[in-house]
Ligand binder design. Structure first.
Ligand code: SF4
Ligand code: SF4
Length: 365
């Protein structure tokens, strides 16, 4: 998964190239922060609205009554996987948590187009992870880099978790999937998720705190080692045409890009970053002070001259942000227009089931 194109050795070792300084300041991190902030605010808004929706039924219909925001289905990736499997098996969009499937597919398409940009531009957990390790770097002066053998071994965990879920869900028939989703536990999976955060058990709290502490000292601990969603995005991103590309002629081999990379990729030694761990965060690009040395770009055009080949197809930070937002809004908009966004459940069902939620047991697979 780490296949990358090394630069010719003689050029890398001279170290005497004259630097042509960047003509314009890099804006990638500012643009990314704007996108991250918008999606954090969107998630806060959705969670608050969903909280009031649930509280209304928990308190015997007192307080404000708001509609259920379908976007909270984004927090149900396993429902997204199950519904996608159901859709593949039957050709029908499921009635329960269709938005989980829509968002699941939107994020897969994003990874196909823009590598794992979902992780570093949109995902609230990814954003939290990023600011935790940045806090760790500020407090401790540095982050811990694990030895390669341990790093590689731990990275396998997220793929094993993904394989487990794919194996389980892939082995279910359409009837079993439908049955699971139509049961109270399936319908109220979102409420269960809310309760997980609001009524966290001591064990869950200890695990969350340990993961957060690990994320302070090790860059992106959760995303890099544990997240099966990230594993899926990694695998899909292998087919993305967009990659970080380095012009070995312009590059002065200062190594700043490799130091800046949160995924500890040896960017300064590569011509094309092919690693599936790359999240298209553009931190490497932002760290590079040399004009046209490092860019996020599409494959070079064959017809262009050698010097201009890859520069012509640069994906600017603004273009990247627009692309991500267009894919997101396009997917959500299409689902809304075709009435495949809202869960089709009457309020009466929530009225009866939410107060009894604690008595429901997991139906199992
Ligand atoms: S190679 Fe660049 S874009 Fe990819 S993860 Fe590293 S810093 Fe981010
Ligand atoms: S930051 Fe990386 S790409 Fe830019 S000049 Fe230094 S080594 Fe080359």
């Amino acid at each position: 998964m780490e296949a990358s194109t090394p630069i010719p050795a003689p050029e890398a070792s001279t170290g005497k190239k004259k630097q042509i300084r960047r003509l314009e300041p890099d804006r990638s991190q500012r643009v990314r922060l704007i996108v991250q902030s918008v999606f954090i605010l969107l998630n806060i808004f959705l969670c608050a609205q969903f909280y009031f929706f649930v509280r209304y039924f928990e308190t015997g219909q007192s307080g404000p009554h708001v509609s259920r925001p379908a976007g909270v289905d984004g927090w149900l990736p396993i429902a997204g996987l199950m519904n996608t499997r159901y859709f593949i098996a039957t050709g029908h969009v499921p009635a329960i948590h269709p938005a989980a499937m829509v968002l699941f597919l939107v994020f897969v398409v994003m990874s196909l187009v823009m590598k794992r940009a979902f992780c570093s531009w949109l995902c609230p957990i990814g954003t939290l992870s990023e600011y935790l390790w940045k806090l760790g770097r500020k407090l401790l002066g540095r982050n811990i880099v694990l030895p390669r053998w341990l790093d590689l071994g731990l990275r396998g965990i997220k793929y094993l978790l993904l394989a487990f879920f794919v194996f389980i869900v892939g082995g279910m028939t359409a009837a079993a999937l439908e049955d699971f989703m139509m049961q109270p536990y399936g319908v109220l999976a979102d409420v269960k998720m809310l309760h997980f955060f609001l009524r966290m058990s001591t064990t869950a709290m200890v695990i969350v705190v340990v993961l957060m502490l690990l994320s302070v000292v090790i860059k992106n601990f959760w995303c890099r080692y544990m997240c099966p969603y990230g594993a899926l995005m990694s695998l899909v991103s292998a087919f993305s045409p967009v990659r970080i590309r380095r012009d070995a002629e312009a590059c002065i081999d200062c190594g700043k890009c490799a130091k800046a990379c949160p995924q500890t990729l040896p960017v300064n030694k590569l011509v094309v970053v092919r690693s599936v761990e790359c999240t298209a965060c553009m931190e490497c690009v932002a760290s590079c002070g040399t004009q046209n040395a490092l860019q996020l770009s599409l494959p070079p055009q064959k017809a262009a001259t050698a010097a201009e080949r890859w520069r012509q197809r640069v994906v600017s930070p603004v273009a990247a942000a627009i692309l991500l937002v267009v894919i997101f809004l396009g997917g959500v908009g299409a689902a809304r227009l075709t009435h495949h966004w809202q869960t089709v459940v009457d309020d009466q069902v929530y009225r009866e089931m939410i107060p009894q939620l604690d008595t429901l047991s997991h139906p199992g697979f």
